[in-house]
Design a protein around this ligand. Structure first.
Ligand SMILES: O=C(O)COP(=O)(O)O
Ligand SMILES: [Mg+2]
Length: 224
């Protein structure tokens, strides 16, 4: 039985300019079960976004590297950012134009503007940092520990909330949402989702972005 939703933000509730869909906000507020936001973004952004949208007080940031349950609770960090910093120094020597995003707010991983091909970064990391990976969300490139992802974030947040991961329906658009689709009991993809996410989804919205998120949440509400 589905008791909660875990929803991606960028490309799912927003368009490619990161403008949030009012229709998606309305669908979230109308849903009779909690909606946990999960993003590659930093946890202080997640806290503000959750409050303004009217989502749950539980949230997953930095692709699962950070989880917070309760707006006034401290964030829990699940990966060591220092190794990412060392790897980033190597990458920035190799690719001098590579620009970090929100570095001062990050606790478990680093993010870069998408000015370099993700595969080139992966090749440069390769042998020296086997425990790290590069994930492309279509909005940023994330340099993160392989041991954390939105799936491990969902497992952690579910246990902190007293739910099982399979009691969540996952909503998303991108490759970084795949692990949370695997951990959740139901998968909802927006119309603009990458093919590998649509392949494992139980419901694929006809509409893209926030309108597709609203469509999928209304479909879910009818199944509850
Ligand atoms: O921070 C990003 O790169 C995109 O985040 P998302 O997980 O909300 O799509
Ligand atoms: Mg996304």
């Amino acid at each position: 039985m589905i008791k909660a939703v875990v929803a991606d933000i960028d490309g799912t509730l927003t368009d490619m300019q990161r403008r949030i869909s009012v229709e998606a906000i309305v669908a979230i507020r109308k849903l009779p079960i909690p909606v946990v936001l999960a993003s590659g973004n930093v946890i202080c952004f997640m806290r503000a976004a959750s409050k303004l949208i009217g989502a749950s007080e539980a949230m997953i940031g930095e692709n699962g590297g950070v989880v917070q349950v309760g707006y006034d609770s401290p964030p829990v960090v699940f990966a060591d950012i220092e190794e990412c910093r060392r790897a980033a120094a190597l990458l920035q020597r190799r690719f001098p134009g590579l620009e970090q995003l929100d570095a001062r707010y990050r606790l478990s991983e680093l993010a870069f503007r998408r000015t370099v091909d993700a595969n080139e970064l992966r090749a440069a990391l390769d042998m020296e940092y086997p425990s790290l990976e590069v994930v492309d969300t279509q909005f940023a490139l994330h340099l993160k520990h392989k041991s954390v992802n939105k799936g491990t974030g969902l497992v952690n947040v579910a246990s902190m909330m007293g739910f099982k991961p399979e009691e969540f329906a996952a909503l998303g658009d991108s490759a970084n949402d795949l692990p949370m689709f695997e951990a959740a009991g139901l998968g909802l993809a927006v119309g603009n989702a990458v093919p590998e996410l649509k392949d494992v989804a139980d419901y694929v919205a006809v509409k893209p972005y926030g309108e597709g998120a609203a469509e999928a949440l209304r479909w879910l509400a009818r199944q509850l």
